[in-house]
Design a protein around this ligand. Sequence first.
Ligand SMILES: O=C(O)c1ccc[n+]([C@@H]2O[C@H](COP(=O)([O-])O)[C@@H](O)[C@H]2O)c1
Ligand SMILES: Cc1cc2nc[nH]c2cc1C
Length: 349
Amino acid sequence: MQLLQQTIEKIVCLDQKIAAEARERVDHLIKPAKSLGRLEDLAVQLAGITRNLKPVFDQKAIIVMAADHGVYEEGVTSNPQEVTVGQTLNFAKGITGVCAIGQVSGARIVPVDIGIKVEMPSDVGIIIRKVKNGTDNMAKGPAMTREEAIKAIEVGIEIANEEIKKGVQILGTGEMGIGNTTPSTAILSVLLRCDPLGITGRGAGLGKGGLEHKAEVIRRAIHINEPNPDDVIDVLEKVGGLEIGGMAGVMLGAAANRIPVVVDGFISTIAAIIAVGIEPKTKDYLVTSHASQEPGAKLASELLGLEPMLMMNMCLGEGSGAALAFPIIEAACSILKNMPTFAEIGMEI
Ligand SMILES: O=C(O)c1ccc[n+]([C@@H]2O[C@H](COP(=O)([O-])O)[C@@H](O)[C@H]2O)c1
Ligand SMILES: Cc1cc2nc[nH]c2cc1C
């Protein structure tokens, strides 16, 4: 709790003065006003975060939090639980979707075992910070204790701090966890105070008949655990996941260090809602990426109050959308660095 508390206390809003200076510059670059749309807003945000009118993000990393879910045993997902292990090993080998997309902009992929059910090899490039061997089945009781939920958040903070100490200038969040659309949807259902059915989706490929059952399991988990919607840590503890807590921690850690953090798809957006619920100023440091195909994703983005930048019909997770957003972020920096203002080149219009 001490690390979480210290981190929260370090988070300040982005620098409004530098952001205003960046806006002034962007408004006078040699282009029609506002013609670069959201790229302009992104440039202003990045300048305000870094307190630099010409921010540079040469060193990028995507932290991929991997964990298992006790609720898997309720039959809420179509894939074997072992995929969590297999795919986490594949992150270390550099062969998954996020690895391939991350290569385009030179992003390092940092896989973290924050709660995989089985022991993972310690010598293959996976950071082992297991809080527990998967959550407990939330359809029968709380997914974890409050201490474990806070520990998961603190692991995320620690990993963010370690990466930033190594020189990383921008982070992305990703996850791997068979079954994790179930806790993500449960968290959203609690916070929106709505029945889960309308926001429950197929995750990584659940068959048609499975949707009603998945929503019923979520409904049961909420009924049994009675999470308090006014306390996001309580919600995370009772119906959440370790990787969701870990990603929320990465976002808090990035914000405390004045480092932007790119939010991936549905599960990452839920983690962002938790992070902002813990400390609202964290939102200033979040950069959105893509709109996940998962049906709850739109409402999750609305609840967070941040619109995704990309519509790519993706729903892979892993941090793949964050990786895809990095070149756009570099483009936003490039307009600040490489475009002059009308006055600078003596051009009049
Ligand atoms: O991030 C998303 O938007 C997203 C949407 C659907 C599925 N996923 C990925 O699929 C897995 C969870 O799906 P499921 O069906 O097992 O709950 C997990 O490993 C996620 O990374 C990810
Ligand atoms: C193969 C596979 C890869 C994934 N990556 C993230 N979630 C996943 C789920 C599956 C099933």
